[in-house]
Design a protein around this ligand. Structure first.
Ligand SMILES: Nc1ncnc2c1ncn2[C@@H]1O[C@H](COP(=O)(O)OP(=O)(O)O)[C@@H](O)[C@H]1O
Ligand SMILES: [Mg+2]
Length: 581
């Protein structure tokens, strides 16, 4: 009802209603008077009575209708007011600046935020209010909206009240005249992007910084898919090391950088390890390079990836190989005396046979066929032996490769001893064999392993002489002993070289594997034998260490992980020398 009365404030409506109510009341009275029969003088015709009744109901109906319509209109008006308030609130409370502009770009209306931010006046040009300009901005989204009647967007940069640079997003939309349907004004909404822009700038700078760091790291870095090893990204160093440009290599498979035979093996290894040593990779030019690889799981653009860093160790390995080779030559020198003895025996047999033959021929004495045959056989056997020794020396002296293969350790130990046997015999050193048969094979290089065993034998020989002195052959060999052992627990294959020599003093235990460390006289020791043996053994993921021997001497132990076909070997390395050796 209150709403109704508020509507009734309109005078016309109130007057009309008053007229109708009053009219109805009057008609009720007249009708009552006519029907009651109070006027006895004049009889009122039934037609007049009916007209009076009709008029009364018409007036009452009209009054009721106006009352009803008034209620309806009041209700609509209230809803309209509510909506208007809502839009006004929206206009004022939205977290952006809103202005309404006329076709001359003058401000007609603006919200509170706009007023606070730009301090404008009604009727002021928008470009002046926004940017303190005297002319329209180019391009102007408001102008476009007036031209094509469509909404437009633009990003603007200007100055805030405090003089700092501000960025905002401007959205314009047309405001049509309800009656004519023509565009009468444009609504311009401004969203402050300054914080967002600053954040974006910071983000861009930090992204650039990390991209620069990523690209300038000297080692190649690859981002590879964890499932199929596809290279998703890489840094610039890849080109320097591998010869492929970033665009050439991205999209290919990281695993294809390995030499074909190694791909399956390293494919497994990448998923299991965070470091891989001495892998063979191929450059674009098909040249091989040796790399150490570091792998760390990560995420990249929503994918699970590996971050893979490779370091080219080819030059270092080549230098190491040269050193190993040089040390091998030194070992060959050590072995020369033994070899001379070894060759002496077949030569003296051949000499004896040839002297015998010459004597018989000169004295014209016939030689029995049987004797000739025996002699020929002897010569043949000894020539074979000499040939074997020379071939062995040749093979031993040959430069070995960087890669490893499956090796049975027992024959290598036997071969190393073979070349050395004569020397030990001459010095009265007894060798005790404790090789376990049927050992699993290991990953190594035969020639290099032989070099390590020879180094250990030379050291054992020297240690024994250091303790017992150099006695002539044929003397008591009870104390001068070298034990050569091999055994396995299924996971490791172990080779031991133990002697009854002077042993290693406890304070030297940590030093004996260092390069150039020697306790031997100048000219005798170079201090390279053990350090080179150590780096050879490490190549294969194996370990070498020393322990005290049973009778004062030293025991050197080489521990190989058992090689399984296609199964990656466990990470190996040197175990610290046992104290008290
Ligand atoms: N079997 C051993 N018994 C005692 N000491 C040893 C033995 N093997 C090595 N050593 C010690 O380790 C040192 C380093 O050995 P190595 O590297 O082979 O160099 P070099 O034999 O030229 O001295 C030796 O000088 C010696 O002191
Ligand atoms: Mg040595």
């Amino acid at each position: 009802m209150l709403k109704f009365f508020s509507y009734m404030r309109t005078r016309t409506a109130f007057g009309l209603l008053f007229f109708l109510i009053a009219g109805t009341a009057l008609l009720v009275c007249i009708t009552f008077w006519a029907w009651s029969g109070m006027d006895t003088d004049r009889q009122i015709s039934p037609l007049v009575k009916a007209v009076l009744l009709l008029a009364m109901f018409t007036f009452a109906g009209a009054a009721m209708l106006i009352l009803f319509m008034g209620e309806q209109i009041a209700r609509k008006q209230a809803a309209l007011n509510k909506q208007k308030q809502k839009y006004r609130n929206l206009f004022e409370l939205v977290p952006c600046e809103i202005a309404i502009l006329d076709k001359d770009f003058r401000l007609i209306h603006f919200n509170h935020r706009f007023a606070e931010k730009f301090n404008p006046k009604i009727g002021e040009y928008c470009f002046r209010a926004y940017k303190g300009r005297e002319q329209k901005c180019e391009p102007c989204p408001v102008e476009k909206t007036f031209e094509d009647g469509l909404p437009h967007f633009s990003e603007e940069t200007g100055y805030a009240k405090d003089g700092t640079t501000a960025h905002w997003l401007v959205v314009t939309s047309p405001q049509k005249d309800d009656d004519t349907g023509e565009i009468a004004a444009a609504l311009e909404m401004t969203l402050d992007l300054t914080d967002l822009k600053l954040l974006e700038d910071k983000l861009k700078k930090s992204e650039k910084k990390y991209k620069d760091i990523f690209n300038n790291i000297a080692n190649p870095i690859f981002v590879i898919d964890r499932e199929d090893f596809t290279i998703l990204d890489c840094n610039k160093s890849v080109q320097g090391v591998y010869g492929y440009s970033q665009s050439e290599i991205c999209g290919t498979r990281f695993i294809d950088l390995f030499v074909a035979d190694d791909r399956k093996y390293f494919g497994q290894l990448i998923k299991m390890r965070n470091e891989i040593h001495r892998a063979r990779h191929l450059r674009k030019s098909e040249k091989t390079l040796f790399v150490n690889i570091r792998i760390s799981p990560s995420e990249y653009e929503g994918k699970f990836v590996y971050l893979v860093t490779t370091s080219d160790i080819t030059q270092r390995l080549e230098a190491e190989q040269q050193l190993i080779q040089a040390s091998k030559m030194a070992t060959l020198g050590e072995m020369a005396t033994g070899v001379a003895h070894e060759l002496n025996q077949p030569l003296s047999v051949i000499k004896t046979a040839s002297s015998y033959l010459m004597k018989k021929i000169k004295s014209n004495t016939p030689i029995k066929n049987e004797n000739l045959c025996t002699m020929a056989e002897e010569i043949d056997t000894h020539i074979n032996r000499a040939t074997r020794i020379i071939r062995h020396m040749r093979e031993f002296g040959r430069k070995s490769g960087i890669t490893s293969e499956k090796v049975s350790v027992n024959p290598v130990v036997e071969k190393a001893f073979d070349i050395f046997a004569q020397q030990l015999k001459l010095r009265g050193i007894d060798v005790v064999w404790e090789l376990s048969p049927h050992l699993p094979s290991v990953r190594a290089d035969e020639s290099k392993l032989e070099q390590v065993i020879v180094n250990l034998l030379v050291n054992a020989r020297d240690a024994i002489e250091d303790r017992w002195g150099r006695r002539s052959p044929g003397m008591d060999t009870r104390e001068k002993k070298i034990f050569l052992r091999s055994h396995s627990d299924g996971r490791f294959v172990i080779i031991e070289v133990e002697d009854t020599g002077s042993g290693v003093a406890p304070d030297l235990v940590d030093k004996i594997f260092e390069p150039f460390f020697t306790t031997k006289n100048a000219g005798k020791g170079t201090g390279l034998g053990l350090s080179i043996s150590y780096s050879i053994i490490r190549e294969w993921g194996a370990a070498i260490y020393a322990e005290p021997g049973r009778s004062q001497g030293a025991r050197f132990i080489i521990r190989f992980p058992v090689s399984k076909q296609d199964a990656p070997p466990p990470e190996g390395g040197m175990i610290n020398n046992a104290a008290g050796v």
